[in-house]
Design a protein around this ligand. Structure first.
Ligand code: GLN
Length: 496
């Protein structure tokens, strides 16, 4: 791995690395202090309840990932990736400038939505252009993605450290504004770097390049699509009018968004299975993609609690004093990117050495390992919260160990899942299915937000039971995958 990482890569990769690093600085910096800001009623925050704040957090993070679908579509059909990245970066920067102004909730939500739209435009397209730098695919492309994943996590690390510090210790809006400067740096380098080092890439929308190959959607397919949307709208109206969910509250809106995301995904998978003209082998492979989708949504639902329930735990129930200095609670979120930076090369070389002995675990086994590690991490949190309910502060080692398990789990599922999606997807559906992969992240983030709604200061006694629930559900799903890995591998039809 290290030899693959150190082999020569085109300069374009580093241009993309740098731009993505600042985009992630923006995203993770925001994630680090968002919930704290929403809950804070002392230092100029919004003073929301945990239920409301975590629902808004879930809606924001879910929208960021959901907006990668239209973002990818715009690049494929109208802009081309390069312009999409450029405009996306500008929109993100503007969003942070708006957020830097302490001007009340309306301006705050305007800024937040602007950042989400910009990220939806930038994130999927910068990832796909990395792949295009290596048309031959193969191990060099994998190595390039590993370097790129390091850029992602370097940006996360810096974002959490700098924005977390500024937001918590100086002023919330200073924190929100910091990412505007980072994004500006990313944009300048992208502008000049891409002109020389990404020549001819991402300039023409791919739909125009491949227009002869792509069959236009038939009328009956369009009708089916409209019919499904109408059905979904009716369903949501019924839920609202019967009082099952109340979409005038943040929590109800997040629940509504969850129903929409699940319906879109289910309809999409059904649609390509029934009307996608797939061969038998392809249908089985899509079956595997569905299983991986469910697994990744569940994985992120636990992992992304770093910004919700675990953030609340760091803030209220963790011993954070070093000497006379109180460590900002958002800094605990930095264990995830730090551990990625340390362990990504270790795991990558482990897979390489295992595969040289023909013992590389199959994709379903790696997903099972990821989920079981995540489950174990929540058992650690059950122990930690049993200390907290006694009114004592838990040692920071609980969260540290939890995040260690999260990260090793992440490295079993996230890079592996990305490449499995590109390999298992029928060629003509690759980019749409990549979008669906990010929808899994969107759903997971939303659940992570909604789940943490129960972490109110007034009912901390239920904390161990809540963590226990996550631990049990994820472990069971992981064990089921482990039991059925052989038939699932069989469905993959020879792809590893
Ligand atoms: N940490 C990775 C990133 O930020 C993956 C996040 C995700 O897909 N939920 O790109």
């Amino acid at each position: 791995m290290s030899s693959q990482i150190s082999q020569k890569h085109p300069k374009g990769l580093y241009v993309l690395f740098f731009a993505e690093m600042w985009e992630r600085f923006s995203y993770y910096g925001m994630r680090a202090i968002l919930l704290l800001f929403l809950l804070d009623n002392i230092k100029g925050g919004m003073g929301m309840s945990a239920a409301e704040g975590t629902a808004i957090y879930g809606l924001y993070t879910a929208s960021v990932y959901l907006l990668t679908l239209p973002g990818g579509w715009l690049a494929d059909n109208i802009l081309g990736q390069k312009k999409a990245i450029w405009y996306g970066g500008i929109v993100i920067m503007l969003g942070h400038i708006i957020l830097a102004v302490p001007a009340g909730p309306a301006i705050f939500f305007l800024g937040l939505s602007t950042v989400a739209i910009g990220t939806g435009l930038l994130k999927p397209n910068i990832s796909s252009i990395v792949g295009e730098l290596y048309p031959e695919g193969g191990a060099r492309r994998d190595a390039a993605f590993s370097i790129f994943y390091m850029g992602i996590n370097l940006g996360s690390f810096l974002g959490i450290a700098i924005v977390g510090y500024l937001g918590e210790k100086v002023n919330w809006h200073m924190g929100f504004g910091a990412a505007a400067i980072g994004m500006l740096l990313g944009l300048i380098v992208f502008r000049y770097g891409s002109a020389t080092h990404l020549k001819g890439l991402g300039e023409v929308p791919s739909a125009k390049e491949a227009s002869e190959e792509v069959a236009p959607a038939s009328n009956s397919n369009k009708m089916l699509g409209y019919g499904l949307i109408a059905l979904l709208v009716v369903f949501l109206v019924v839920l609202q009018t019967t009082g099952t969910i109340n979409m005038t509250t943040a929590q109800g809106l997040a629940q509504g968004a969850g129903i929409i995301i699940v319906s879109i995904s289910a309809a999409y998978f059904l649609f390509i299975l029934i009307a996608g003209g797939l061969t038998r082998v392809e249908k089985y492979r899509v079956g595997v993609l569905i299983i991986l989708f469910l697994a990744i949504a569940l994985f992120w639902a636990g992992y992304e609690q770093a910004g919700t329930s675990l953030q609340i735990f760091a803030e209220r129930h963790t011993q954070r004093m070093i000497g006379g200095w109180e460590v900002p609670s958002s800094w605990f979120q930095n264990f995830q990117p730090t551990f990625v930076l340390i362990f990504a090369p270790v795991l990558a070389s482990l897979w390489i050495s295992l595969s040289s002995q023909n013992r590389n675990p199959s994709i379903p086994v790696k997903f099972a390992m990821g989920l079981i590690l995540l489950g174990l991490s929540f058992f650690v949190m059950v122990a930690a919260s049993n200390i907290a309910v006694k009114g004592e502060l838990a040692s920071p080692f609980f969260l540290t160990f939890t995040y260690f398990l999260h990260t090793i789990g992440e490295l079993c599922v996230s890079p592996v899942g990305l490449s499995s999606y590109t390999k298992l997807a029928p060629k003509r559906y690759v980019s749409q299915l990549m979008g669906i992969w990010f929808v899994g992240a969107s759903l997971g983030n939303l659940i992570a937000g909604l789940f943490a709604g129960g972490f109110d200061e007034s009912n901390i006694l239920q904390m161990p039971a809540l963590f226990n629930q996550v631990a049990i559900i994820t472990t069971i799903f992981g064990l089921i995958l482990l039991v059925f890995w052989k038939p699932i591998k069989g469905w993959m039809g020879g792809i590893h």
